[in-house]
Design a binder for this molecule. Structure first.
Ligand SMILES: *Cc1c(COP(=O)(O)O)cnc(C)c1O
Length: 449
């Protein structure tokens, strides 16, 4: 018998064991009946799930294919080489490293390759769409905490929801004049990325001032691979980091793409510097997902952008304050809604979750100015990539906007909407944009007896 957290008598091991599986199955049932709108998530195909369940997940293969420090890698090497080859093709990159186990891990490897402690890095603030991995030490952000980088924020224009090019140049000019150190590394990209960043406009400028330029495409990698968003490497950046599970098809993981001249620095920065074993079952899963993306990515990415623009306009027409109106709300998978006149983002998040609509609260670029923080955000964030993978199109975007309107603006009964959501979801149980779809999207795959 194991003691419970409060010292009371806990469950027997077999009861814990069974309870874990019960919870997993319940989670699957819930997601089968919900509308998934979290912008950083996606669903992987049965093929990717099969690869992830393979024995690769029990093995070690430190190092580079064919240069391992472990035996037993005969097939692992082949799969990893195929994975790298497809990543290079998908992102038109000269070098691909598929070993980082997450997007944050990929960013840490980039910081390791291109900066020294106390260097300055330029990136977006979190409220303007930056990610915690770009963050300052005083906020426990990764770049500050792990590498002691000083962070200088990009000037951000709320109207266009984008980096302000002229103000950025002026900021660098001021640092020059004041004899302050210039950024050694520049991070474009972010976690709220409705519009392409001004990479073409600024990369040469930063290069002239001695910086390495990176683009964090964690969110938009699937759209870049599908040819529906800016193409940072072709626009001149030195290196690009990605997560493999947001707009890409999973499994959870990271990767780095770059020009050939950075290969040696990045290779060492990944192993031995920042990754030991690199979760080989996920490398196999990434390889399967890249194959799916090469085949189906164009159609998928086109539909994702169309769906995001449709739901943005539907919400706006129903009275929601969707940001970025001037530029058409979004050109990616994501949109931001200012709900500050209705309730905190966290309240809306819970209200929708109770009706099986799953999204998350998000800071607005101007929230800090109004004293709002992570729990009291003025915004919510919506991503349509997972719904798109389930085969949803224009009509379904309209229907989802209507559910949200009825819950948030018309205060209709939560329980009633939940029942309608469950009914609506019944028609979308298969993965689209995949070679095989025999197993239902959220089916719980039992391989115990
Ligand atoms: C999600 C995200 C990451 C981190 O990715 P993980 O795979 O969750 O570690 C990094 N950068 C940005 C901009 C992100 O949105």
């Amino acid at each position: 018998m194991v003691a419970g957290v409060n010292g009371e008598q806990g469950m027997k091991p077999i009861e814990y064991y069974n309870k874990v599986f019960n919870l997993l199955e319940e989670h699957h049932r819930w997601f089968q009946q919900s509308i998934p709108l979290i912008a950083s998530e996606n669903i992987s195909s049965p093929a990717v799930r099969e690869a992830v369940a393979s024995d690769f997940g029990n093995r070690y293969a430190e190092g580079f294919p064919k240069e391992r420090v472990y035996a037993g890698c005969r097939y692992i090497d082949e799969v990893e080489l195929l994975c790298m080859e497809m990543a290079r093709e998908l992102f038109k990159a000269e070098y691909a490293d598929v070993r980082p186990v997450s997007g944050v891990n990929a960013n840490i490897a980039v910081y390791t390759a291109f900066t020294q402690p106390n260097d300055v890095m330029m990136s977006l603030s979190i409220a303007s769409g930056g990610h915690i991995s770009f963050g300052k030490k005083q906020f426990s952000g990764t770049a500050g905490s792990v590498k002691n980088l000083e962070i200088e924020y990009f000037p951000f224009d709320y109207e266009s929801m984008n980096i302000d090019v002229e103000a950025t140049k002026a900021k660098i000019g001021e640092r020059l004049k004041a004899n302050q150190p210039l950024p050694r590394l520049v991070m474009f990209g972010g976690s709220v990325l409705p519009f392409p960043h001004p990479v073409k406009e600024l990369t040469e400028f930063f290069h002239e001032h001695g910086a390495t330029v990176c683009y964090d495409a964690a969110h938009v990698a699937g759209l870049i691979g599908g040819g529906q968003f800016q193409d940072p490497l072709q626009e001149g950046v030195d290196v690009m980091t990605i997560s493999t599970h947001k707009t890409l098809f999973g499994p959870q993981g990271g990767a780095i793409l770059s020009k050939a001249n950075h290969q040696e620095a990045l290779k060492k920065a990944v192993f031995p510097a920042t990754v030991s074993n690199h979760h080989l079952h996920h490398v196999a899963g990434k390889a399967v997902a890249f194959a799916e993306m090469l085949e189906f990515g164009k159609d998928y990415a086109r539909q994702v952008v169309e769906n995001a623009q449709t739901i943005a306009k539907e919400l706006y027409d129903r009275g929601f304050k969707v940001l970025g109106k001037k530029s058409g709300f979004t050109r990616s998978h994501v949109l931001i809604v200012d709900v500050s006149e209705i309730a905190y983002g966290s309240v809306i998040e819970r209200l929708l979750e109770d009706s099986n609509i799953i999204l998350n609260r998000n800071l607005l670029p101007y929230d800090i100015k109004f004293g709002r923080h992570y729990d009291t955000t003025g915004g919510i964030r919506i991503g349509v990539q997972e719904c798109t993978r389930l085969g949803m199109k224009r009509d379904e975007m309209r229907q989802i906007a209507e559910f949200i309107e009825r819950l948030v603006l018309k205060n209709e009964d939560k329980e009633r909407i939940r029942e309608e959501v469950v009914e609506f979801r019944k028609r979308f149980q298969k993965i689209h944009y995949a070679f095989e779809t025999a197993t239902e999207a959220y089916e719980y795959l039992k391989i115990r007896s």
